[in-house]
Design a protein around this ligand. Structure first.
Ligand code: IPE
Ligand code: IPE
Ligand code: MG
Length: 200
């Protein structure tokens, strides 16, 4: 269908659970890490296409709070891939007018990686194209609990749904309209529970 015809029906915020990298590689007799590498390229393509379509927010689930339970080698590989990606994609984001954000508790990441993330957020904060939210060390329950603790720290003893929104990781990002999971499973795996109550 021509892009002009679907503009009105476009979701504002799409969330993608990028799953199946390991199985993709295994099928081709490659190490799981090869699947993660290809996953990064696919994610870049999706982001560019979503931006062309006019989607305003794209959240990519890249590492969950549960993924630390994987082997140390795989965790190290994924962390390094993220670091290289954030370092090298920075110029591309800036050129393409992409706004970079993150969700999740990044205080658990190396100081180096935290610095790269903060500096890319800062460098792209005035960009007006698609907002790309990388969910890193993200767990939906963790986001809610951290939010509750922020609310308590500000002295709240009782809050409404509406008040609570401002304690989420990205208060200005609207709820997700569409959730996609690649790889064939249909689990949510702790992805955006607060934001997906009306998602398809
Ligand atoms: C998704 O692919 C990538 C991450 C969770 C980081 P998987 O690594 O979960 O691949 P499968 O599901 O085992 O095939
Ligand atoms: C979900 O995939 C998390 C990410 C894509 C980052 P997993 O492969 O980690 O989820 P489970 O273990 O199948 O639920
Ligand atoms: Mg998986």
């Amino acid at each position: 269908m021509p892009v002009e015809l679907i503009k009105d029906a476009l979701p504002k915020h799409v969330g993608i659970i990028m799953d199946g990298n390991g199985r993709w590689a295994k099928k081709r007799l490659l190490p799981r890490t090869a699947g993660h590498k290809v996953g990064v390229d696919v994610a870049r393509g999706i982001m560019t296409y979503a931006d062309e379509l006019g989607i305003k927010y794209l959240t990519l689930y890249t590492f969950s709070t549960e993924n630390w339970k994987r082997s140390k080698d795989e965790v190290d590989f994924l962390m390094n891939l993220l670091k290289v990606h954030i370092k090298t994609e920075g110029d591309f984001y800036k050129k393409q007018n992409i706004r970079f954000l993150h969700a999740g508790d990044i205080t658990a990441l190396s100081e180096d990686l935290q610095k790269e993330i903060h500096s890319l957020i800062d460098a792209t904060k005035n960009n007006t194209g698609i907002s790309l939210i990388l969910a890193i060390n993200y767990g939906g329950r963790d986001e809610i609990i951290r939010g509750i603790n922020k609310a308590i720290a500000e002295g709240n003893t009782s809050i409404t749904e509406n008040d609570f929104k401002k304690f989420l990781d990205n208060p200005d990002v609207p709820d997700a309209d569409l959730i996609i999971r690649t790889g064939g499973e249909q689990r949510l795996s702790n992805f955006l529970p607060w934001q997906l109550v009306y998602s398809e």
